[in-house]
Write a protein that binds this ligand. Structure first.
Ligand code: ADP
Ligand code: MG
Length: 740
């Protein structure tokens, strides 16, 4: 950043104004000029003062008759009242402030006899028309003559993101104060000049003037267009560099070998692979055979069958003499992965034992809460190479875990893993392992490109044949008849030998926020429209178990409980009892959200469903409909019709297509939330770019950024771009990027 842009606002605008702006996260000149108007009001047309209508946005040319500041005894604070007239009708102007001093500036300008333009929305007070806090322009002070004043007044009025303490018009003035004296040299432009010229884009300084002080609508559009392109371009350059840096690393190629573990697994698979599984398997197999480390994102809706794709990749690496690590976001999922891998491999997982088949390997499970003996054994198997596959949670990433020869890391459900952890694994040893990241959270292509732009992506678009769609209904929580019917329905499933999940947002009734790994609280808080019913406690695992135990519809049904605070053994026991049908109804928090695979589960009841976000509910729903049995998902909700929460649930009921839902999710979220919650402050945030709407622009920027980085990888010829990229890639930013 240039010296001018780095200048503190305090030095330029004074302590009081700067203090207010700092509450909006704006502390330097650079911050302020990057604080773009949210929208523009069209200039008020010049109005005949005799015909003012309350509520109308107007601009009038008039002469000041009087202006005076007075204290308000009743309300505290001070006000300035002025009267302006066009010779016949008059209009009152009113300004309020905490202290009279603040109003002196207006009083000084609004001297009797002066002429000016006054803009605002017409209000009425005690039968008199008035403008409160009007914007105004005094001839002879703000403009040389009436002609110039008229010209000024015909401009669009920028409306800034503001606060009560700093209203938009004060921000506008502050912006103009800092922007006016800036020169091209003060405002380095991250866009390469050639690119700018080719596309006919204004410079950064020009663009800033266009958005802050536009002459007309086409001016601010031109400015915004350029700033939006800049965001896309800088972001894509950052990603292209990351990708280039990654490509410069070398990995050990792990070519496929016939007659090994992979072939043995394929021979044992109880089902034929889908076309998509074969196709993606081929892509990954080729990647593994390269000396460039694989960095691939595998997207597939819940139930698409990602695990078997991962298993086959791991088998190829083991056949080539390496090891594979499988990382899961929760202990429940890690344990399940270990269990199902051992099931799938059968005797192939008994390497080194009498029962072991030829070419067999071992699957070690390594989680944080493992007993000391088990942990020691798992660590030993990882270090010696006896375990071809090591399954674990974050504990796997700790420094103590040694691998004999780690060739592949599979990260399941990436959205729970930070980039630091991913990099920690990648930086081990002389050669980084190949990395396969799997996610069921459907990410629209455009977002994937923006957020995961440094990964290659594969999509498992086809679900295994014979799957039926999960039927989903929204059930109003206050309809007791429906609830009875819900539990009777659950009973029918259980009597038919199936399983039922009941999901609650909390563990205990008196808990302030969800205490386990579920995101429910975070989502609800983020979206802020679901907490209305504070009087009624949210459903908890404890209270729901009690309630269900007393329901005649469920008499005699054994129920299990599952949540993040259970000891690992108890979690395993609960999952096992549920899976084998001993306790066919499981009351759980969202710990079961990702990956849990019990094919006989055919019904899910989500209590207080309005507390959860779309993608989370979609994930949860993915726990049922995992076989050819028809399945049902009931979303019990207190959301009132017409609220966003209700709309989310309706969207879920309307479609099971994760990609459609992800788009809907983006649409329902407030604009800025698309790429994460931390959109508000920080000089390098995405401000104008929107992943869905701006897809073509992002595409274009990506191609241009790749070309620039290819020609000049260290950006030596583009220092201003380099600086902008560095701002993007500060550690906080990077973690945010990868969090998705
Ligand atoms: P996800 O993509 O959500 O991780 P899983 O890998 O857990 O899905 O697979 C879901 C279920 O589908 C599992 O029970 C798995 O055994 C089964 N499955 C996977 N591939 C196929 C296939 N090609 N045909 C039939 N069933 C399959
Ligand atoms: Mg899975």
């Amino acid at each position: 950043m240039s010296d001018r842009l780095a200048e503190p606002l305090k030095a330029v605008l004074g302590a009081r104004t700067a203090g207010g702006l700092s509450k909006l996260g704006l502390t330097t000149v650079g911050d302020l000029v990057r604080h773009y108007p949210r929208r523009y009001d069209s200039p008020g047309t010049m109005t005949d003062m005799g015909a003012l209508t309350v509520g109308e946005h107007v601009t009038v040319m008039a002469q000041v008759r009087e202006a005076r500041v007075r204290s308000m005894r009743s309300r505290g604070g001070a006000m300035l009242e002025a009267v302006v007239t066009d010779g016949t009708a008059s209009l009152q102007l009113t300004f309020f402030a905490k202290r009279p001093g603040v109003l002196r500036m207006h009083e000084d300008k609004l001297r009797a006899g002066r002429t000016g333009l006054f803009t605002g929305t017409v209000g009425e007070y005690r039968g008199r028309r008035q403008l409160t806090h009007p914007d105004y322009l005094i001839v002879g002070v703000d403009a040389a003559d009436e002609g110039e004043a008229m010209l000024e007044a015909s401009r669009p009025i920028p409306i800034y993101p503001a606060s009560a303490a700093v209203p938009t018009w004060r921000i506008g003035r502050s912006v103009r104060t800092v922007l006016d004296p800036l020169t091209e040299a003060d405002v380095p432009d991250p866009l390469p000049a050639a690119l700018r010229e080719e596309r006919g884009l204004p410079t950064l300084l020009e663009a800033l003037r266009l958005v802050h002080t536009p002459d007309d609508e086409s001016a601010y559009r031109r400015g915004r267009e350029r700033l939006r392109f800049e965001e896309a371009f800088v972001l894509q350059t950052a990603l292209a560099r990351r990708r280039a840096a990654h490509a410069a690393l070398t990995s050990v190629p792990r070519p496929a070998r016939s007659g090994g573990l992979l072939d043995a697994i394929d021979a044992r698979l109880p089902f034929p692979l889908t076309g998509a599984q074969v196709e993606v398997g081929r892509e990954i197999s080729a990647d593994l055979d390269r000396s460039r480390p694989m960095l691939r994102l595998l997207q597939g809706d819940v139930g698409a069958g990602k695990t078997v794709v991962a298993v086959r990749a791991m088998a190829q690496v083991i056949d080539a003499g390496g090891q594979a690590a499988l990382l899961a976001p929760t202990e429940v999922l890690a344990a399940q992965h270990a269990r199902s891998l051992r099931d799938l491999l059968g005797p192939l997982a008994d390497g080194g034992m009498l029962t072991g088949a030829e070419g067999a390997t071992r699957v070690a499970l390594l989680t944080g809460s493992l007993g000391a003996t088990a942990k020691r054994q798992a660590l030993a198997e990882a270090a010696s190479g006896a375990a071809g596959i090591v399954v674990g949670t974050h504990a796997l990433l700790s420094e103590h875990v040694q691998f004999a020869d780690l060739g592949l890391v599979v990260v399941d459900e990436q959205h729970r893993f930070g980039v630091e952890q991913r990099d920690a694994l990648r930086e081990r040893g002389d050669h980084p392992p190949h990395t396969l990241v799997m996610t069921a959270t459907p990410i629209p292509r455009t977002v994937a490109m923006t957020v995961f732009g440094d990964l290659e992506t594969s999509v498992l678009g086809e679900r295994p044949a014979g799957r039926v769609e999960v039927v989903t209904h929204v059930v109003p929580a206050d309809n007791e008849a429906w609830l009875r019917r819900t539990w009777a329905r659950a009973r029918e499933e259980i009597d038919a030998g199936r399983r039922v999940y009941v999901v609650c947002p909390r563990i205990d009734a008196d808990e302030p926020e969800p205490a386990d790994e579920g995101d429910a609280g975070a989502v609800a808080m983020l979206e802020g429209d679901t907490a209305a019913d504070a009087a009624v406690p949210l459903a908890s695992v404890a209270a729901t178990l009690e309630d269900l135990a007393g329901r005649p519809e469920l008499a005699g049904v054994r129920m299990g409980a599952m949540h993040g605070r259970l000891a690992p053994d108890d979690k395993d026991a609960a999952m096992a009892a549920f899976a084998n049908g001993e306790a066919p109804l499981l009351v759980s928090t969202t710990v079961i959200e990702v990956g849990v695979d019990v094919p006989q589960a055919t019904m899910m009841v989500v209590l207080d469903a309005e507390r959860f976000g779309i993608s989370q509910l979609h994930q949860l729903r993915g726990r049922v409909g995992r076989s050819d049995l028809p399945s049902l998902c009931l979303l019990v909700s207190r959301a009132a019709p017409g609220t966003t929460a209700h709309e989310r649930l309706d969207a879920l009921a309307a479609t099971a297509d994760g990609f459609v839902l992800a788009e809907k999710d983006l649409e329902l979220r407030r604009e800025g939330d698309v790429l994460g919650a931390s959109q508000s402050g920080g000089r390098s945030s995405l401000r104008l770019l929107r992943a869905v709407r701006d897809a073509p622009l992002i595409d274009e920027a990506r191609a241009l950024a790749v070309a620039v980085v290819d020609a000049d990888p260290s950006l030596t010829d583009h220092p201003d771009l380099d600086a902008a990229v560095a701002a993007w890639l500060d550690p906080e930013r990077e973690a945010f990027l990868e969090r998705g």
